[in-house]
Write a protein that binds this ligand. Structure first.
Ligand SMILES: [Fe+2]
Length: 504
């Protein structure tokens, strides 16, 4: 693809943003008032209040014995600033990225854990801070009197995940460029351009880092029906970036790699070319259409096969691998439709806490038979699950276990979220789990390896009753015993999305 076309494509990404529509600008925002009233009744909603527009820093109070082999940093990201300029965002995914660093430099050396959190000073937040109010549309929100944009990065809030790289810590969104931060201070440097030809192309928040250091990622441009594929060498240099036409691409959030393939799963979620409101108002679920699975060869980045599954919605995949008999297997948290995103996580922002069990995801196994050209699926368990992860050394090959957040389907939780950290033993087909106290809301938990190869789980949670966020460490091989150590902060942070562990 010629450079001119790539630049045009980056501009076409601006089609993601609706420019039409006006909401009456009021002095007092009804969503903010409704949320404040709901928070009085249900204090666990503290997790969705949002952070203040300031830096956070503290030395955490450690209880238990921090593992000596576990030294490094846990970086996390998530929507942080939900309210700004007397206006509250209408969707949980819209808030500006709040990047956190949990730093445990000494392993067992006194168990000191230092925490730091800063908002990513994107172009968008910088403009809005200067104006003292929201100026630009977001995925699920349309503030009063929005301004025009010139490209997707004008809307980039860098709020989904992180990726530690040589050029710094990258804060990842999914419809635009990564935003680079200083790995120590978390100070914002600016958008990253991997090459002049790829400026502004979308780089998703779920890159897959292989054990040998190669990195793969995808991006999508909904308005132009384009798929972008990225490949970096172990030296972190960009090897290839290609753009493919994929009709009705929708908004795929995650993807997978195997030894020879990239897998992109495309749920039947259409995006209307134009219309009033925010992007979320232009999404159309089409359950009569199939979910498509693109099997793309790593060798030439061409599509080898397109297989079909029943209509379904998947935010996150666990892992994929080739099983040696011509079959690709993968595992994902599968929901019947995107109702959690299109309804529940929107209403939550004004404090409405509906039962979302019917649109929750469950753990599923999939088989792609390339020779027969068929795809099949089976449900593994009835518990509600999200945030699956495997140890970094197993990405793209057969994995012994998956770590997830879960909740028993028949349990009415004391709060609106998931309440267990689970380990699914993929070889035995068995589960083990530890249920959080009812006063705590867990976030994504990551399986990580210590310097000596020991296996751990790192996971954050919000103790909403105490108004404190915390970080727990579990033994991966005995999660049911509960955390071996906890580090508690003197403040509460909003519930976020994804993180990565960087060993010291
Ligand atoms: Fe995600």
């Amino acid at each position: 693809m010629m450079r001119r076309d790539l630049l045009q494509l980056a501009l076409t990404a601006a089609a993601l943003a609706p420019l039409a529509g006006r909401v009456g600008a009021g002095v007092s925002d009804p969503w903010s008032a409704a949320f404040a009233a709901a928070l009085e009744e249900r204090p666990w909603l503290l997790g969705y209040l949002g952070c203040e527009d300031r830096d956070y820093a503290a030395t955490a109070q450690v209880e238990g014995a921090w593992p000596a082999a576990l030294a490094g940093r846990l970086y996390r990201n998530g929507a942080g600033l939900h309210e700004f300029g007397d206006w509250r965002y209408r969707h949980l995914f819209d808030g500006d990225g709040l990047v956190q660093s949990w730093h445990f430099p000494g392993g067992g050396d006194g168990g000191q854990v230092r925490h730091h959190a800063r908002l990513v000073a994107t172009r968008k937040l910088t403009r809005e801070r200067a104006a003292g109010r929201r100026l630009l549309p977001a995925f699920g929100s349309l503030p009063p009197a929005v301004e025009g944009i010139t490209g997707a990065d004008d809307l980039n809030v860098a709020n989904i995940s992180v990726l530690p790289r040589k050029e710094g810590l990258l804060a990842l969104w999914e419809a635009g460029s990564p935003w680079a931060l200083d790995s120590d201070t978390l100070a914002t440097r600016g958008p990253v351009t991997f090459s002049p030809q790829t400026r502004g192309l979308p780089f998703s928040a779920h890159p897959r880092l292989e054990p040998d250091g190669q990195l793969w990622n995808f991006g999508y441009v909904t308005g132009a029906d384009k798929l972008v594929l990225w490949h970096f060498g172990a030296d972190e240099r960009l090897r290839r970036c290609v753009v493919r036409d994929v009709p009705r691409i929708g908004i795929p959030h995650d993807f997978m790699v195997t030894a020879r393939y990239l897998l992109i799963v495309l749920p039947p979620l259409a995006v209307a070319a134009d219309g009033e409101g925010a992007l979320i108002d232009r999404l159309q679920w089409e359950p009569q259409r199939a979910t498509r699975v693109l099997v793309i060869r790593k060798s030439d980045l061409e599509v080898e096969a397109e297989l079909e599954l029943p209509a379904q919605w998947i935010f996150h995949h666990g892992n994929a691998f080739e099983d040696g008999s011509g079959v690709i297997r993968f595992e994902s948290a599968r929901a019947p439709d995107p109702g959690l995103m299109t309804q529940h996580l929107r209403e939550l922002m004004r404090g409405v806490d509906a039962d979302w069990t019917a649109v929750a995801s469950r753990w599923h196994h999939y088989r792609l038979d390339l020779e027969a050209g068929t795809a099949s699926e089976e449900v593994v368990d009835q518990r509600l699950v999200e945030f699956p992860g495997v140890l970094p050394r197993h990405v793209g090959s057969r994995h012994p276990e998956v770590v997830l957040l879960g909740r028993d389907a028949d349990r009415q939780a004391a709060h609106g979220g998931l309440d267990q950290v689970c380990v699914f033993d993929a070889e035995r087909g068995s589960w083990s789990s530890w249920r959080y106290p009812d006063t705590q809301l867990p976030e994504e938990h990551l399986p990580v390896a210590g310097a000596d190869g020991s296996r751990w789980i790192l996971g954050t949670a919000l103790d909403w009753s105490a108004g404190r966020s915390l970080l727990n460490v579990f033994r991966l091989d005995d999660v049911a015993a509960g955390p071996v150590a906890s580090a508690r902060l003197p403040y509460a942070l909003p519930l976020g999305l994804h993180g990565r562990f960087l060993a010291a």
